[in-house]
Design a protein around this ligand. Structure first.
Ligand SMILES: Cc1cc2nc3c(=O)[nH]c(=O)nc-3n(C[C@H](O)[C@H](O)[C@H](O)COP(=O)(O)OP(=O)(O)OC[C@H]3O[C@@H](n4cnc5c(N)ncnc54)[C@H](O)[C@@H]3O)c2cc1C
Length: 383
């Protein structure tokens, strides 16, 4: 995506220079949140990229948000600490009321509030989202939330959460995706009224958590859109999320390719740079070809989206191809570095662990293959 939003790319790249490998290494060691990095991005306005100008944001297209995320990853950092503010934004923008937008968007744009938490996945339902068990039941003028979410990333660092809960019992709706609703949860209020957050330590630094709701009161004004239509609202943001994550994968792949090439040129063994061996060159070249093909698909998907379409096929293909390319690049990079690929100070092992996530979350590869099989190739539905 070198030919688009070059000014944004250059500016993000300059910002990232202040957050070099040793910054991310220290956080990774302590599983600490990149507070300074997120603040710098917020102050520069990048996390408000998708908020319309009338609400204090930059009003940029999705391709610009993708350029920002790609550049963060290409620079060796990780946008995992803050990317949800971009991919959850659509739910509020498309389905939120004018009152909700006026109340929250300017404060999110200014950095006063963070919308970083996305509470969809639950321990017993996983990928089978519509089988989730968290309930919101009517209580006076508002709602009471009970249940549990898992893998709710950044919950400890967010003021707001987009939450999906069941508002009509499963046995009272015809199809299981009916009767689910989306809430914009004020997490500070919820924390004082029965919501608890428990961090989950993972193989990479991702600030992910489990969230427990014990009869948490939520005002009526928190409901986004119409009651019972929440599953559709969440689905409507999935294509954008896939493209944004794909852009991060492209950034990762470029970082691995760049690092491997530099290292192979410098590392001299048997009297010549290891890069002179085709056994070292070819894996780098192969991954470069894979990354470029994936990048073209991401560009295509973004161009369609920016033109007003919601391209399911291209968004899914982007996410699949880019996550495969970044993982192939990560493996190639470790192989090129040999033993030093495992040493913390080179960042390769950290980025290797970080990029592995994208074949599982936010949507696993199998689910994308299933989408391609069923919706593009017209093969029988499997689940
Ligand atoms: C670090 C991290 C951060 C996350 N952040 C968030 C977040 O902020 N908010 C949120 O809501 N969720 C989040 N998630 C959850 C993530 O979206 C899920 O982990 C992911 O969708 C897979 O679901 P699961 O883990 O429940 O796996 P399962 O649904 O239990 O699936 C396990 C495996 O079985 C496969 N599988 C399941 N059903 C089928 C089928 N029908 N056909 C073929 N294969 C199948 C899956 O592809 C997967 O490989 C995060 C996860 C992680 C690990």
């Amino acid at each position: 995506m070198n030919d688009s939003h070059q000014d944004i790319r250059d500016a993000v790249s300059r910002l990232c220079e202040a957050f070099p490998g040793r910054y991310w290494q220290a956080l990774d060691r302590d599983r600490a949140y990149p507070e300074e990095f997120v603040t710098a991005l917020t102050e520069a306005g990048y996390l408000a990229a998708l908020i319309p100008e009338e609400y204090g944001g930059a009003g940029l297209p999705l391709s610009a948000a993708a350029a920002i995320l790609e550049e963060i990853h290409r620079s060796g950092g990780s946008a995992g600490a803050c990317h949800a503010q971009m991919y959850t934004m659509g739910t509020l923008l498309r389905h939120g009321s004018e009152t909700q937008k006026q109340a929250y968007l300017p404060r999110i744009a200014s950095g006063e509030l963070r919308l970083q938490a996305f509470g969809v996945t639950e321990p017993s339902s996983g990928t089978d989202t519509a089988a989730l068990k968290t309930t919101a039941r009517r209580d006076g003028g508002g709602w009471r939330i009970s249940g549990q979410k898992i893998w709710t990333s950044r919950a400890e660092h967010s003021d707001l959460m987009i939450l999906l809960a069941r508002t009509t019992p499963r046995d009272q709706v015809e199809k299981k995706h009916q009767g689910l609703s989306v809430f914009l949860l004020d997490m500070n209020h919820a924390r004082e009224n029965g919501m608890t957050i428990r961090p989950i330590r993972t193989m990479m630094n991702h600030a992910t958590t489990e969230v427990f709701f014990d009869n948490v009161p939520v005002p009526a004004a928190s409901l986004i859109g119409e009651e019972g239509k929440g599953f559709r609202y969440i689905l409507s943001g999935m294509n954008a999320e896939r493209m944004l994550i794909a852009a991060e994968c492209i950034g990762d792949a470029k970082w691995f390719i760049g690092r491997a090439s530099d290292y192979a040129r410098d590392r001299t063994l048997f009297g010549r740079p290891i890069a002179q061996n085709q056994g070292v060159q070819f894996p780098i070249a192969e991954v470069y070809a894979q990354m470029r093909a994936a990048e073209l698909m991401v560009q295509k998907a973004l161009a369609l989206y920016d033109a007003g379409e919601n391209p399911g096929e291209e968004a899914n293909l982007s996410k699949y191809l880019a996550a495969e390319a970044s993982w192939a690049a990560a493996d190639m990079c470790v192989q090129t570095f040999g033993g030093f690929g495992f040493a913390e100070e080179y960042d390769v092992e950290r980025k290797f662990r970080e990029t592995r996530l994208y074949r599982v979350a936010p949507i696993s590869t199998n689910m994308i293959l299933s989408y391609i099989a069923e919706h593009i190739l017209d093969l029988p539905r499997s689940y």
